[in-house]
Design a protein around this ligand. Structure first.
Ligand code: FAD
Length: 690
């Protein structure tokens, strides 16, 4: 009997589907490392194994530092641990993205090796995107390890754990806490105590430094490691390519990956691959001179990017020219800034954090976080390259004395170039460029809560961003947020404003090889769970002062549109707050048009904190004063949303809601707090805070 075409098609589809299933997507998955295709040493080009033990054997490693990282911070801490383990204790280290390996054979992890877990906790106690699969596996009951079915299958595994969290969230550092419990229940042996870094208290770096010393001592004892005088050992080689010029077509001048270098923009657009989007429109929202809030409309119609109301858009920033120049000059790179360099990992597991060949200028401008707060450990590392003996001593002192470092550097809000020049004017030409690549973070995208509705404008994404500008008391300089000042410059340029380089910062607005000309910005969209109820007739309560109103502009725009289309839209209550009516009232006129569509379904309470010199009035006060309304709506199954400042406002709103429930329902305090907790866990109470 012959097979007809349809059968054949079905067979081929089935075959492909099985290959897809059994290879877990290895063959068609988009490479996660944005630069995988462009690293010259080729290590990233080889399709890696998903077997961590094989990988460690193959590359002669006895220490793996796994990381669960969302924004790149945990990944950076992982790299630092790997580097220190190697230079101080002679461990053969590698870092590993949790997503890139399978864990069935963790029960065969040899006891003369060590696994570190550096785990960020994301949102409401969730794993980071790259840790989801590992988390599901290790939480399964019991995890299906390949060999051992013992009660204690991980008896051979020794591990070290450090968590990155934020104490303003309820599930503070829950990833590392839970992982530690799970691993020890499975029989694994922890070395040292699990570390917990707190971003909420702003002590992440010091928490990390304080945790790691006793951990290293414990590890040294356990593994019989000998400490040696740690001097800097590069992980990358940086070779100047005299035969190449920056105008060669294969030299990266800031292009994020190969597609962009070759001049094509191909989706999917994601954390490894931005879309260079035109800015359709931009404007200033504040009416005061000394503060800015920009509204930007990003046009994604030329891409396959989709979003739904409540999602986040990531902006890929560019460093300000002023800071790039300062950095280049400080480290003695001025004369060779446009020389072409090729950067390679000296070890097959070392990933170069940007595509090469490139130039010093492009690497600094587009890929390195040169303006961020300085790491104390990095000051210590740089000491050996100081331009004088006195400077070396001073750097050592800063590296080892936290109080001194705080006084001299942290309290001054210095970035790395400012910090080292405060010790010695330089140039610090002896610092190897590889050391700067390793010691500074890869520049991070910044997220913004989309402030438009996808129902109203599916291909145009609005951003509402307050421009960060902090005058440091006593230090005589102003700290400028990297991304928001870049957005401000784009807005100035687009509108032909007098000062296209705000505050003298200057930006390479037209991007590498003028590819961003005509006002473009690199972006991608990240989907979030911060969503309106699918049934529009459900009431919603939103609390969003300042730029926290961003997603609620989108929510209200959406509900107004639903009302216009004849849907039955439920009560829509917004608690908004800003300083003064005449200064920073966001979208003041626009709310009127939503009111005309939603009628008495829309209620907005405005809290102006600086209208009355005697008494500051905040959103929390309005929520409390309108406790009856809030409680009535909650009883009518309203969703409750909070967006904006995590450290103070969101926390206080949480407490106020508990007080409202306590009062209005006449229940004891503990019961009211319990109700708020269960609202959170059932998704009725949602936060989008930063
Ligand atoms: P950065 O350069 O990142 O600086 C930020 C802050 O770090 C500075 O203000 C300063 O306090 C500190 N800092 C910087 N350098 C130093 C230094 N050398 N020493 C000491 N301290 C320093 N923001 C909005 O305006 N609107 C939104 O809708 C919005 N939505 C968000 C949604 C999410 C999910 C998240 C996570 C954040 C959101 N943000 C939003 C915040 C936004 O992502 C950025 O963090 C913010 O705009 C600042 O970015 P920046 O690059 O301008 O500042």
């Amino acid at each position: 009997q012959s097979i007809d075409t349809l059968d054949l098609v079905v067979l081929v589809v089935l075959l492909l589907a099985s290959v897809a299933y059994f290879t877990k997507g290895t063959y068609w998955a988009v490479p996660k490392d944005p630069y995988a295709a462009s690293t010259l040493n080729g290590s990233a080009l080889k399709k890696g194994t998903r077997n961590i033990l094989e990988k460690m054997d193959e590359s002669g490693k006895n220490c793996v530092v796994f990381y669960g990282s969302q924004t790149g911070t945990a990944e950076d801490y992982a790299s630092r641990l790997a580097k220190e383990g190697s230079s101080r204790f002679g461990l053969k280290t590698m870092t590993a993205d949790l997503e890139e390996f399978d864990y069935e054979n963790l029960d065969q992890f040899p006891d003369d090796k060590i696994a570190f877990f550096v785990m960020a906790t994301y949102g409401e106690g969730e794993p980071t995107d790259n840790a989801v699969e590992f988390w599901e596996f290790i939480n399964s009951d019991p995890p299906s390890f390949s060999e051992s079915s013992d009660e204690k299958p991980l008896a051979n595994l020794k591990y070290v754990a450090f968590g990155l969290g934020n104490n303003t969230y309820e599930h503070y550092n829950s990833m590392v806490r839970n992982l530690d419990k799970i691993l020890s229940n499975l029989g694994a042996k922890r070395i040292g105590t699990p570390g917990e870094g707190d971003d909420g208290a702003g002590t992440m770096e010091e928490d990390f430094l304080a945790w790691k010393e006793p951990m290293w001592t414990a590890l040294q004892e356990d593994m019989g490691l000998e400490e040696r005088e740690a001097s800097y050992e590069p992980s990358f080689s940086v070779e100047e390519k005299e035969e190449m010029s920056k105008d060669d077509p294969n030299v990266y001048l800031g292009e994020p990956n190969k597609n962009h270098l070759e001049g094509s923009q191909k989706g999917p657009f994601n954390a490894s691959n931005p879309y260079i989007a035109p800015i359709a429109e931009s404007k200033e929202l504040f009416t005061v001179k000394d503060r800015n809030c920009v509204h930007i409309e990003v046009d994604v119609s030329g891409s396959n990017i989709n979003y739904t109301t409540g999602d986040h858009i990531a902006i890929w920033p560019t460093n300000a020219g002023l800071e790039v120049d300062r950095f280049i000059k400080t480290f003695g790179l001025d004369e060779k800034r446009h020389n072409v360099i090729s950067v390679k990992g000296l070890d097959p597991t070392a990933k170069v954090p940007f595509p090469t060949p490139t130039t010093y200028d492009a690497a600094v401008r587009y890929h390195m976080e040169i303006c961020a707060p300085v790491s104390r450990q990095f000051m210590d590392t740089l000491a050996e390259f100081a331009p004088s003996e006195d400077a070396k001593k001073e750097m050592k002192k800063m590296g080892t004395d936290p109080d001194y470092f705080k006084e001299k550097i942290v309290n001054q809000y210095y970035n790395i170039a400012q910090a080292v020049t405060s010790v010695h004017p330089g140039p610090w030409s002896a610092v190897p460029f590889s050391c700067l690549i390793e010691g500074l973070n890869k520049i991070q995208v910044r997220y913004y809560s989309i402030s438009s509705s996808s129902l109203v404008q599916p291909k145009k994404i609005s951003i509402t961003a307050v421009v960060e500008s902090i005058r440091v008391p006593g230090a005589g300089h102003v700290v400028k947020g990297v991304t928001t000042n870049y957005l401000l410059a784009l807005k100035q340029k687009q509108n032909g404003d007098e000062d296209p380089s705000p505050h003298g910062l200057t930006y390479e607005i037209t991007g590498p090889r003028n590819k961003y000309d005509g006002i473009h910005v690199p972006v991608h969209v990240r989907h979030s769970n911060f969503k309106l109820p699918s049934d529009p007739s459900k009431p919603v309560i939103m609390v969003g002062p300042g730029s926290g109103v961003a997603p609620f502009r989108g929510f209200i725009q959406e509900r107004a549109e639903q009302a216009r289309r004849g849907d039955n839209v439920g009560e829509t209550v917004l608690f908004y707050g800003c300083r003064k009516k005449s200064e920073d009232w966001l979208y003041k006129e626009e709310w009127e048009s939503y009111k005309s569509a939603l009628g008495d379904k829309l209620t907005i309470f405005n809290a102006f904190s600086r209208e009355d010199a005697k008494q500051k009035h905040y959103v929390q006060h309005d929520v409390e004063a309108n406790g009856k309304l809030v409680n009535d709506l909650l009883l009518k199954k309203a969703n409750f949303y909070v967006c904006g400042d995590a450290a103070h406002m969101a926390r206080e709103v949480n407490d106020v809601i508990a007080q409202v429930i306590e009062k209005e329902r006449s229940v004891p305090k503990e019961k009211a707090e319990q109700i708020v907790k269960s609202m959170r866990s059932s998704g009725v109470y949602q936060e989008d805070v930063w």
